[in-house]
Design a protein around this ligand. Structure first.
Ligand code: AMP
Length: 435
C-alpha cells in the first residue's frame, strides 16, 4: 500500500489547530451578529459559468473545474461573492433591501502552496447589498477592523484604493473592457510599466499615460493630502475626481467611527477580481507580507447575474492567514476550559451502570468519555493520564451499593468516594477554582 498523504495544497487540522480555527470562526460569527449580518450557506460546487462570469482571468485560471456525472461544467467555489450574488439576483429578488449576508467556509484555488498560501482556504465573507452610500463601505471597513481587534491582532494596517479613479480615466479614453481588465491585473501584480504599455496599445492618449504614471506613485498615510493630490492630477477626468471624493468620504466616516486607524491610500492599487467598481482594500499586519483580508465595492455584479440593479460592497477575511498573524503576534486563544472525565467500570457487571452515569453527567453538561477498550483499572488510568484527561470516575460494585463512585483527579492523584448525584457539581466547582 502507498503511504497516503493529503493532496498538494490541502491540510489536516489537528485538534489544537481545529480549536483555533473554530475560535476565530466564533469571533467572525459574533461580529456578523453584532453588525446585523445574517448567515447563509451556499454550495461549494457551483456552475462554472456562474463562477467564471466575473471573477477575472487570474482566479478563473486557478479554479478546480470538472464535469459532474451529468456532464455539467461545474467548479469548486474560488470565492463566496458569486454565490451570494446569484442568491440576491434570484431567491431574494423581492426582499427588502439592504441585505447584510455572512458566510463562513472553505473556498478552493489552485495557488502555488507556500506559507500562507493554500489550495483549500477558509474565509469569512460579509456582503452588504443594496446601498451605494459611503457609510456602507465604511461599515465593511469597520467590521473588519473590529474582527482583527477581537482576535487580538495589533497594528493592523488598511491599504485602500478606488478602482473608479483609474477606470474612469480609461473609460473616458475609450479603452475597451478587455484591455482595462488586463491592465488592472498587471497593476495588481505591481507591473506598472507593463500595465501602461497595455493601456498605450489600447490607444489611450499620451497625456493619459503621463497622468497614470504619476497616479500610481501617489500613496501614503496622510490620506487627505494624498487624495487632494489625486484630485489635482486627474482634473481632466471628472468621473475620476468623483471617485477620489467618494474615497475621501468613506475614509472620513471610518475615522469618525473608529478614531485613529492605520490607513494607507494607494491610488494605483488594483485587485485581481474583475467585478470591483469602487473602493477596494486589503488588510496587513507587520511581519507578514500577505494580505489577511480583501474586499471592495462591486455595483454591477447582481445585474450581470440577471438581478435588479443592486449596488454592493463586501469583504473576505482569510482565516488561515489571520491565524498565522495571531501566531506571529502570540495572541492568546481562549483554551478549552471545561474538564473531561473518563468513566471506568471495574467489573463487567457494572458496565451498564457506568454508561448510565456517563449519560447522566452529559445531561448535566459535563464532558465524559467512557473506557471502551476493556482495559483493567491501572492501564485505564495510565491511558487517561497520557491523553491528558482531568478526572477518572471509577465505577465499582462496592461503592455503587451506596450510590457512589470513586472520583480521581488525574493530575493531583487525589481521590475520594463521591455520591453520584454530587459528581457534576464537584467537577464543575473544581473547574471554577482551578487555573
Ligand atoms: P480575495 O478573495 O482574493 O480577496 O482574498 C481574500 C483573502 O483570502 C485574502 O486576503 C487572504 O487572506 C485569503 N486568501 C486568498 N487566497 C489565499 C490562499 N491561496 N491561501 C490562503 N489564504 C488566501
Amino acid at each position: 500500500m502507498p503511504e497516503f498523504k493529503t493532496v498538494r495544497g490541502m491540510r489536516d487540522f489537528l485538534p489544537e489547530e481545529a480549536h483555533v480555527m473554530r475560535y476565530v470562526e466564533a469571533k467572525e460569527r459574533e461580529i456578523a451578529q453584532l453588525y446585523g449580518f445574517k448567515e447563509i450557506m451556499t454550495p461549494i460546487v457551483e456552475s462554472y459559468e456562474l463562477l467564471s462570469a466575473k471573477s477575472g482571468e487570474e482566479i478563473r485560471s486557478r479554479m478546480f473545474v470538472f464535469k459532474d456525472l451529468g456532464g455539467r461544467d461545474v467548479a469548486l467555489r474560488p470565492e463566496f461573492t458569486a454565490s451570494v450574488a446569484r442568491l440576491v439576483a434570484t431567491t431574494f429578488r423581492n426582499e427588502p433591501k439592504p441585505f447584510r449576508l455572512f458566510s463562513f467556509g472553505s473556498i478552493y484555488r489552485y495557488d502555488e502552496p507556500q506559507k500562507g498560501r493554500y489550495r483549500e482556504i477558509y474565509q469569512s465573507n460579509y456582503e452588504l447589498m443594496g446601498s451605494s452610500m459611503p457609510e456602507a463601505d465604511a461599515e465593511i471597513l469597520m467590521l473588519t477592523d473590529s474582527l482583527m481587534k477581537s482576535v487580538g491582532l495589533k497594528k493592523c494596517a488598511f491599504k485602500i484604493g478606488h478602482v473608479g479613479i483609474l477606470k474612469s480615466i480609461l473609460d473616458q479614453e475609450k479603452v475597451g473592457n478587455k484591455a482595462q481588465n488586463a491592465a488592472m491585473q498587471l497593476m495588481d501584480k505591481k507591473q506598472y510599466d507593463n500595465a501602461l504599455q497595455a493601456i498605450k496599445k489600447a490607444e489611450a492618449s499620451e497625456k493619459c499615460i503621463e497622468i497614470l504614471r504619476k497616479l500610481v506613485e501617489l500613496k501614503g498615510t496622510k490620506t487627505v493630502e494624498i487624495i487632494n493630490k489625486v484630485k489635482e492630477l486627474v482634473g481632466y477626468y471628472p468621473k475620476s475626481i468623483e471617485s477620489a471624493q467618494n474615497l475621501s468620504e468613506i475614509i472620513s466616516l471610518v475615522c469618525a467611527a473608529k478614531g485613529k486607524m492605520n490607513i494607507t491610500v494607494d491610488a494605483g492599487f488594483a485587485r485581481g477580481l474583475e467585478y470591483y467598481t469602487g473602493m477596494i482594500f486589503e488588510v496587513y499586519v507587520p511581519d507578514l507580507e500577505i494580505a489577511l483580508a480583501g474586499g471592495g465595492r462591486y455595483d454591477k455584479l447582481i445585474e450581470l447575474f440577471g438581478g435588479a440593479q443592486t449596488p454592493a460592497v463586501g469583504v473576505a477575511h482569510g482565516i488561515d492567514r489571520i491565524i498565522l498573524a495571531m501566531q506571529g503576534q502570540k495572541t492568546a486563544v481562549a483554551s478549552r476550559e471545561e474538564k473531561t472525565a473518563m468513566v471506568i467500570p471495574i467489573q463487567d457487571e457494572v458496565k451498564g451502570e457506568a454508561l448510565r452515569i456517563s449519560e447522566t453527567l452529559r445531561g448535566q453538561h459535563i464532558r465524559v468519555e467512557v473506557e471502551v477498550s476493556g482495559r483493567k483499572i491501572a492501564n485505564a488510568l495510565e491511558n487517561a493520564n497520557r491523553r491528558k484527561l482531568d478526572y477518572a470516575i471509577i465505577v465499582g460494585e462496592r461503592e455503587l451499593k451506596d450510590g457512589a463512585v470513586v472520583l480521581r483527579n488525574l493530575a493531583s492523584r487525589e481521590q475520594n468516594i463521591v455520591k453520584i448525584e454530587n459528581l457534576a457539581s464537584i467537577i464543575r466547582n473544581a473547574e471554577m477554582h482551578s487555573d
